[in-house]
Design a protein around this ligand. Structure first.
Ligand SMILES: [Zn+2]
Length: 310
């Protein structure tokens, strides 16, 4: 989206083989390859990649970035604070997507450009709410911008989750929920915490990130690593990383093997806009009501499906 004011100026941000680039600041935004200066919107793997010299991110997200990228030079900035590179003032603004997620604002004095990164406008207890940032040019993510996408409210989702959970505990089955380890898992745990005193067991990948969330003061429901619990049917929800190409292996290697369990995938995605059409719904897909299979679940064959990615 481009305002009349900036239509005839040189673009402040251009596309390069490394990704979006601001020549005046000599900085890339969420670069795909190694660069000198990387401005990172958030720590998801499709936005943050290792190998650059210098990283800048929003304050609160640096722990997740270190966890994902390893030992890198990372400078965090408080939301709204600006710093200068070349002729450009740069600042990070809340995107409401995951802990530390940010829109990036670039201002060269002539025009203001904003790159949203992933964002959502729904409430989320695990991160700061999305803030609209006035600008001349908006570069927006649009993963779920099609009007076919429509998500139910979090209250509806949680009612469904608890009903499903209780049903399978009543039938002596361990409920196993698949959801992405960074962001989605913690959001679910925070929503559980707000509504109940239930506890969950989590995969190690989720446990590591949970600690980083808790260090930032985010309240999650009581949890422990699934690998540290006794075998047998559990009345706690077991939460696994939902990376589609690894889920089967993780299920099979986890302590839930040998338990009677019921697996469910959480396919709710954060979108860039409001839900709009009941045709495609966020659903609790009851993928199996029997013991977790040794075979790759059918849903795991989706290569980098967006259902799991953010
Ligand atoms: Zn993301």
């Amino acid at each position: 989206m481009v305002s009349k004011k900036s239509r005839h100026r040189d673009p402040l941000v251009i596309r390069t083989p490394e990704g979006l680039y601001c020549p005046k600041a000599q900085a890339h935004i969420d670069p795909w390859r190694s660069v000198d200066c990387a401005l990172i919107t958030h720590a998801h793997a499709d936005h943050a990649r290792a190998g650059s010299k210098d990283y800048h991110c929003a304050l609160g997200g640096e722990g997740l970035l270190k966890q994902r990228l390893g030992d890198q030079q990372i400078t965090p900035h408080a939301y709204g604070d600006s710093f200068t590179r070349g002729d450009v003032q740069i600042s990070f603004h809340p995107a409401g997507h995951v802990l530390g997620s940010a829109q990036i604002r670039l201002d060269d004095g002539d025009s203001v450009w904003v790159i949203t990164g992933d964002y959502k406008r729904d409430p989320d207890p695990t991160c700061k709410a999305f803030e609209p940032v006035p600008c001349d040019v908006l570069i927006t993510e649009a993963t779920f911008a099609l009007p076919i996408y429509r998500w139910p409210s979090m209250d509806q989702t949680m009612d469904q989750l608890f009903a499903w959970w209780d049903h399978h505990v009543r039938h002596q089955r361990t409920p196993v929920l698949l959801c992405y380890s960074l962001g989605k898992a913690q959001r679910m745990m925070a929503e559980i915490q707000r509504r109940s005193d239930r506890s969950v067991k989590v995969h190690g990948a989720v446990a590591t990130l949970n600690r980083l969330y808790e260090q930032q003061g985010i309240d999650l429901c009581p949890w422990e690593r699934a690998s540290e619990t006794n075998r047998g049917v559990s009345s706690d929800l077991v939460r696994l990383d939902a990376s589609p190409w690894r889920s089967a292996a993780r299920i099979n290697s986890s302590r839930v093997r040998g338990k009677r369990s019921c697996r469910l995938e959480w396919s709710h995605q954060d979108s860039s806009g409001q839900p709009s059409n009941p045709g495609v719904r966020h659903t609790w897909r009851n993928a199996s009501v029997n013991t977790v299979s040794q075979r790759t679940p059918r849903h795991c064959s989706r290569p980098f499906g967006n259902r799991f990615w953010n």
